[in-house]
Design a protein around this ligand. Structure first.
Ligand SMILES: Nc1ccn([C@@H]2O[C@H](COP(=O)(O)OP(=O)(O)OP(=O)(O)O)[C@@H](O)[C@H]2O)c(=O)n1
Ligand SMILES: C[C@](O)(CO)[C@H](O)COP(=O)(O)O
Length: 230
């Protein structure tokens, strides 16, 4: 399985003055944890890191200290996650028929989840890891007035990995450019193109490290995992 890792953000919500994936949690950088999970996932055979060239030296220094055996290719990121993934798709090896896309910021995803998504994409055209929503979700208008309360039993929180047929995702990204669609995950492009996307049960611990509070939560999860391993 081919894995694309969007890693070209700037971490605005983290309040970081550099790519938040260089921040450390439990003694390793966020990107290091993500790469170690990809290395441990037996289904992953190739890794593309989609990132800003100004970050490549720092990424390469981190990678040099990791026990990686799988090829890692650097791909130029875009101004948005959507553009970054578009670039990543163009850089896939021509033989890639399916792809997993996994946020570099989701450094707690387990190898089992990566493997489960890699297995599941063999039997469908598109999928996302997701977990049922625990809170009641409100739709709120621009003036802060609640407009509706969707039935929670139909609400899932999208995570990554997200898996896709490569050709179909390339077509959907191209249509998104033509239509001016702005999406925050790749599944939305499939949905807009009318292509079915399935759910794979995600992990409650599969946090997207976005704010400083998330760093503390990630630290807790990683230290708990370490204690559980003994
Ligand atoms: N132009 C971008 C923006 C984001 N990402 C990646 O997409 C993932 C999810 O994005 P997010 O958590 O929003 O990261 P940032 O964009 O860095 O955060 P912020 O929105 O707070 O700036 C991250 O791994 C990020 O590196 C990317 O590859 N290219
Ligand atoms: C792809 C994603 O992680 C699914 O929840 C999320 O949409 C990324 O959003 P971001 O604003 O780019 O972090």
């Amino acid at each position: 399985m081919y894995l694309l890792i969007p890693a070209a953000g700037v971490g605005k919500r983290m309040g970081s003055n550099r790519n938040k994936l260089f921040l450390e949690v439990h003694s390793k950088s966020i990107i290091a944890w993500t790469l170690l999970a990809a290395e441990a996932a037996s289904s992953i055979r190739w890794i593309g890191i989609i990132s800003q060239p100004s970050d490549w030296s720092d990424f390469k220094n981190i990678i040099a200290d990791l026990p990686l055996t799988k090829p890692v290719v650097f791909i130029i990121g875009g101004a948005t996650r959507q553009e970054s993934v578009y670039n990543g798709l163009q850089a896939l090896p021509p033989e890639a028929e399916q792809v997993l896309i996994h946020d570099g910021a989701r450094c707690l995803a387990t190898p089992n989840l990566l493997n489960a998504c890699a297995a599941a994409i063999r039997h469908c055209s598109g999928l996302i890891a997701a977990i049922p929503v625990k809170d009641t979700i409100k739709v709120v208008d621009d003036s802060g007035i609640i407009q509706s309360t969707p039935d929670r039993k139909y609400l899932w929180a999208a995570q990554t990995p997200q898996g896709f047929n490569v050709q179909l995702l390339k077509q959907c990204h191209a249509e998104g450019i033509r239509q001016g669609w702005e999406v925050t995950d790749d599944a939305a492009l499939f949905e807009k193109c009318g292509i079915e996307v399935r759910i794979v049960e995600g992990e409650e611990t599969n946090l997207k490290v976005t704010t400083p509070q998330d760093l503390a939560i990630a630290e807790f999860i990683l230290s708990h995992r370490e204690r559980a391993r003994g």
